[in-house]
Write a protein that binds this ligand. Structure first.
Ligand code: NDP
Length: 607
């Protein structure tokens, strides 16, 4: 850019570093991490590894198989399923059954109980229905158990335990045209039928393991963070893991989970080795208890206003009047320069937008790297902990006790220079030829993404005329609004595929729940046997939901590998951000709301 507009120069400040050198370092760090196997590098928690996905939190129950009919079946009792259930109950539906694999409702917040677990976005935004339930979160970022308790309270409030099937996994469902109902089969031998089915299978659900040669040979104690073994470690989500006081522990993974779990394990283990492949980029958290005076001063409608504000700020629409005002909301200005255009009162060229976003990103990452030097005493450890990628290449992380953990004499960072662990033996882990003996190895290695919808769900869906969803969506999702598929009548799909996601994922789930309940309500009002999208509606919608724009794709391809960019590929049709609706978080759900308001619903065929 020849001449920088002085107003833009004011926004970005002085450039007192070498942007080209930084970009080169980012590209180098990405390249050393690229693996040709991409997603296939991971090991599924099936077959000999299936015990990693077992439920450690409940005693298995025995019950007789069911053979009955329910008007509406919701598959999945996580936040999405509960939101749909609540909407349907409020609309007057009585005959509802939630089928849930876990021993209780809560989804992510049922499974993830690891020490240190907390909400990573502000609780006042993330926890749904705070005003409706009257339950104010106790802190700005509450612990996992408080979120879980909040969700269970919602389940009780809307009477969703009634008729529910817990500890039950769906194994398949098929459409019966003659009777206009779905047949649903489960791993308990149930055969249920339902007029409507809502699929709420969840997003980051199936734990995955790192593809480390020899992983099956390790004989020490192991588990995945989403199935925490408190019997072995002792303690609870607050720490106090007395069972580890005489143990050498290894943790693999320094993502959102790793950053939360490493401090409490570091406090309690005799020795902790943190095996790092890509360093975490960690900003300040500054958690605080809820100010009761502030809470008492809030006016009705405050939560929706806060959620809307957070969505605007975290998608780069605005930066003033930031109600949440934390380091997460600050990352919003790196997503889009719409706020800068608004400030300058004129549209920006692509070049100007890139300059603003990239410079602010560089500066934020420089600040995070400087924080590491300030907080980690050993210079070599500090250097190894520095992340070299753009802020949004990975889920932004926040913690005030992660970095100081590496000052503890009983904690050792084992950096793998982007290569991951070389191999595992019967007794430990080998990195760069050195053998680290560990009594216990904890996998903080995340969840399966980028595979087909039915693969992640664990069952196939056979629609009209024997059409299998796995085959129909072989080359990617085909829907209307991300929620309705032709040939799969009376079936509603939750999740952000072909829709829009959000930083606080509770928002899209609540909006989709309204959408699902509205369409089911209309089908009933119109006395329709079936409802599904017209072929034309799906075709038009697919044209709207184009693959990523050139600049989006460029951003993701230049990023260090993660589940967000399909481990460096970003071309995967089943990927995390594949086919997101271009309208984005705010306008997409406004569009759905306007569609419901108008209520013509001509894109749906009611028969
Ligand atoms: P991630 O996929 O983000 O992280 C997995 C970690 O395992 C990465 O550090 C990865 O390294 C590492 N890893 C994988 N394979 C190997 C290997 N072979 N050798 C060494 N290291 C390896 O999973 P998380 O569970 O941390 O987070 C997943 C998502 O869940 C988050 O992004 C967030 O959306 C959500 N979450 C939300 C929380 C909240 O709200 N409180 C808390 C936790 C999670 P590399 O980076 O190199 O791939």
């Amino acid at each position: 850019m020849s001449q920088i507009d002085p107003a833009i120069q004011d926004l970005i400040g002085d450039i007192d570093y070498d942007p080209a050198a930084l970009n080169q370092r980012y590209a180098y760090e990405r390249d050393v991490r690229l693996r040709p196997e991409r997603n296939k590098q991971y090991i599924e928690t099936t077959a000999e590894f299936s015990h990693y996905a077992d439920d450690p939190y409940v005693e298995p129950i025995e019950r007789d198989a069911l053979n009955d009919h329910v008007e509406i079946i919701i598959i999945g009792g996580g936040m999405g399923g509960l939101m749909v259930g609540a909407q349907l109950r409020q609309a007057g539906s009585d005959d509802i059954r939630i089928i849930e694999k876990g021993g209780d409702f809560g989804g992510t917040w049922y499974w993830n109980r690891y020490p240190g677990i907390r909400c990573d976005t502000e609780s006042f935004v993330y926890l749904p229905m705070i005003e409706r339930t009257g339950k104010m979160p106790s802190e700005k970022y509450v612990r996992g158990s408080e979120i879980h308790a909040h969700l269970l309270h919602i389940a009780r409030t809307f009477d969703l335990y009634r008729n529910a099937c817990l500890q039950t996994g769906v194994t398949g469902m098929n459409w019966d045209e003659a009777q206009a109902r779905w047949h649903i089969h489960t791993d308990r031998g149930d055969h249920m039928t339902a007029r409507f089915v809502v699929l709420s299978n969840g997003l980051l659900v199936k734990p995955k393991l790192p593809g480390i040669p020899g992983i099956e040979t390790y004989k020490g104690h192991t588990f995945h963070t989403s199935r925490w073994d408190f019997e072995y470690t002792g303690g609870d989500e607050k720490g106090g893991l007395h069972g580890l006081s005489d143990k050498t522990v290894g943790i693999i993974g320094t993502g959102a989970t790793g950053v939360q779990v490493i401090p409490p394990v570091g406090e309690c283990a005799q020795h902790l080795y943190v095996f790092q492949r890509t360093p975490a980029a960690v900003d300040y958290r500054a958690n605080e208890p809820t100010d009761s005076e502030w809470a008492g001063s809030l006016k009705p409608g405050w939560q929706q206003e806060r959620v809307d504000n957070f969505n605007h700020v975290t998608t780069g629409r605005q930066i003033d009047n930031d109600l949440v005002n934390d380091k997460f909301s600050e990352t919003g200005r790196l997503r889009d320069a719409a706020w800068a255009a608004a400030k300058l009162g004129r549209p920006l060229s692509e070049e100007e937008q890139n300059l603003i976003i990239e410079t602010l990103d560089d500066k934020m990452m420089n600040r995070l790297r400087a924080r590491i030097d300030a907080e980690v005493k050993d210079p070599a450890t500090a250097e190894a902990l520095k992340p070299w990628h753009r802020r949004w290449c990975k889920r932004p992380l926040f913690s005030d006790n992660y970095l100081p953990t590496f000052n503890r004499p009983n904690v050792t960072l084992v950096d793998t220079a982007g290569q991951g662990i070389e191999r595992m033996t019967e007794t430990g882990v080998v990195v760069a030829g050195k053998d680290y003996q560990v009594d216990c190895l904890i996998f903080a290695t995340g969840f399966e993404t980028g595979t087909e919808f039915t693969h992640r769900a664990g069952y196939d869906i056979v629609g009209r005329d024997g059409l299998e969803l796995s085959a129909y969506w072989k080359d990617g999702m085909k829907t209307f609004h991300g929620m309705f598929a032709r040939g799969f009548p009376n079936c509603l799909i939750m999740g952000s595929g072909q829709g829009a996601s959000a930083v606080a994922y509770s928002f899209p789930l609540q909006e989709q729940a309204k959408h699902a309940a509205h369409v089911i309500g209309e089908a009933k009002k119109r006395d329709a046997r079936t409802v599904e999208p017209t072929a034309q509606a799906v075709e038009d919608y697919l044209a709207e939901v184009k693959p990523m724009s050139v600049s989006q794709r460029k951003f993701w391809v230049e990023c260090t590998p993660s589940y967000m960019n399909d481990e460096g590929g970003s071309g995967n049709r089943h990927g995390f951000y594949a086919n997101a609706h271009p309208a984005g978080t705010i306008d997409f759900y406004r569009m759905l709301s306007a569609w419901r308001e108008k209520n013509a619903l001509t894109e749906l065929e009611f028969r």
